[in-house]
Design a protein around this ligand. Structure first.
Ligand code: FES
Length: 281
C-alpha cells in the first residue's frame, strides 16, 4: 500500500459524525462550539432594536427637528429632510412645502427610503437573519427553522429591490450633503461659521456616502458584467475605488447608523433648548 492510499483509508476517530438535516451538535445540543458565539447576535439585536425604537419615536414626535434663524443656525435632522410638507417648521431652502394634504409627521413620508435601503442591505440581511431569525444564529450552530427556502420566494424575494433603494439612497445623500453645507450658515450671527452641529451634519453626510459607495449594488454597478476591464477603463477606475470601501461595508453600516441617529438626537437637543450648539469659529 502506498503512502497516499494509507492516509486516505485511515479512519479518523476524532471526527464528529454529521447527519445532513440533523442538529449540528447532536439531538441534545444546538452546537459543539464552546466560544461565545451568541455575543454577536445579542449585540445585533440590542443595537437594531434600540435604533428602531428611537427612529420610530423620533419620526412620530413631529417637533424639535429644526434649528433655525431664531437660534442663528440652519440645522435640520436627517430624519426630516427633505421636509416636503406644509407642516414643516424648517425655513429657507429646507422648507419646500410641496405636499399640503399630508398632515402628520413629515418624517413618515420620507423615512421609507433610507429605512428600505438599510432593511434590504446585504450586510444587514445577514445580521438580522442571524440574530432575529436564528437562520442560523452563527456558523456551526443549529438553525431555529427546519427548512430553508432562501430569498427565492415571497416575501423575501422582495429583498432584490435593494438596488433601487440604492438609487434612492444616492438622492438622499445629495440632499443631506446640501443640508450639511447649509449648516455652515449662521443667520444673524456673521453669516457663515462652524458649530458642533455643522460638524455633526457633515460627518453624517460623509458616512452616508461611505455607506452607499461601499454597497454591493454600487460595486456591481461599477464593475459588474464587465468581461474585460481593459475595454472599460472608466468603470475599472470606479470599481477600483469602491472595492476597498466594499470590504469595509459592515463598519460603514454600523457607524453611519449610529451617526444618523445621533444627528437627529443632537438637532433635537439643540432645538428643544436642552443644549447649546457651540460655535467653534
Ligand atoms: S449591500 Fe449594504 S447598502 Fe447595499
Amino acid at each position: 500500500m502506498t503512502k497516499v492510499e494509507s492516509s486516505a483509508t485511515r479512519v479518523d476517530n476524532s471526527a464528529t459524525p454529521v447527519a445532513l438535516g440533523g442538529t449540528r451538535g447532536g439531538p441534545d445540543q444546538p452546537t459543539l462550539r464552546n466560544d461565545r458565539w451568541w455575543l454577536a447576535p445579542v449585540i445585533t439585536v440590542s443595537i437594531l432594536t434600540a435604533f428602531v425604537v428611537y427612529a420610530t419615536w423620533a419620526a412620530f414626535v413631529n417637533k424639535n427637528y429644526y434649528v433655525g434663524a431664531a437660534m442663528n443656525r440652519d440645522l435640520i435632522s436627517p430624519f426630516y429632510s427633505p421636509c416636503l410638507t406644509q407642516g414643516c417648521v424648517s425655513t429657507g431652502a429646507a422648507n419646500h412645502a410641496v405636499i399640503s394634504w399630508w398632515t402628520i409627521s413629515p418624517a413618515l413620508l420620507i423615512l421609507i427610503f433610507p429605512l428600505g435601503f438599510r432593511l434590504t442591505c446585504y450586510y444587514y440581511r445577514r445580521a438580522y437573519y442571524r440574530s432575529f431569525w436564528w437562520a442560523p444564529p452563527a456558523c456551526s450552530v443549529t438553525d431555529a427553522h427546519l427548512s430553508y427556502t432562501g430569498e427565492s420566494r415571497f416575501p423575501l424575494i422582495f429583498q432584490n429591490i435593494h438596488r433601487y433603494f440604492f438609487y434612492f439612497g444616492l438622492i438622499f445623500n445629495v440632499l443631506l450633503t446640501y443640508d450639511a453645507i447649509m449648516a455652515f450658515r449662521m443667520p444673524g450671527a456673521g453669516g457663515i461659521g462652524v458649530s458642533v452641529g455643522t460638524l455633526v451634519l457633515c460627518l453624517n453626510a460623509v458616512l452616508l456616502w461611505m455607506y452607499s459607495l461601499s454597497c454591493h449594488a454600487c460595486r456591481h454597478l461599477c464593475g459588474g458584467q464587465v468581461k474585460s476591464f481593459s475595454k472599460h477603463p472608466i468603470r475599472h477606475k470606479f470599481w477600483k475605488f469602491v472595492t476597498p470601501l466594499n470590504a469595509k461595508h459592515m463598519q460603514f453600516a454600523w457607524v453611519s447608523l449610529f451617526v444618523v441617529a445621533f444627528s437627529d438626537f443632537y438637532v433635537r437637543m439643540v432645538a428643544s433648548g436642552t443644549i447649546t450648539d457651540f460655535k467653534l469659529f
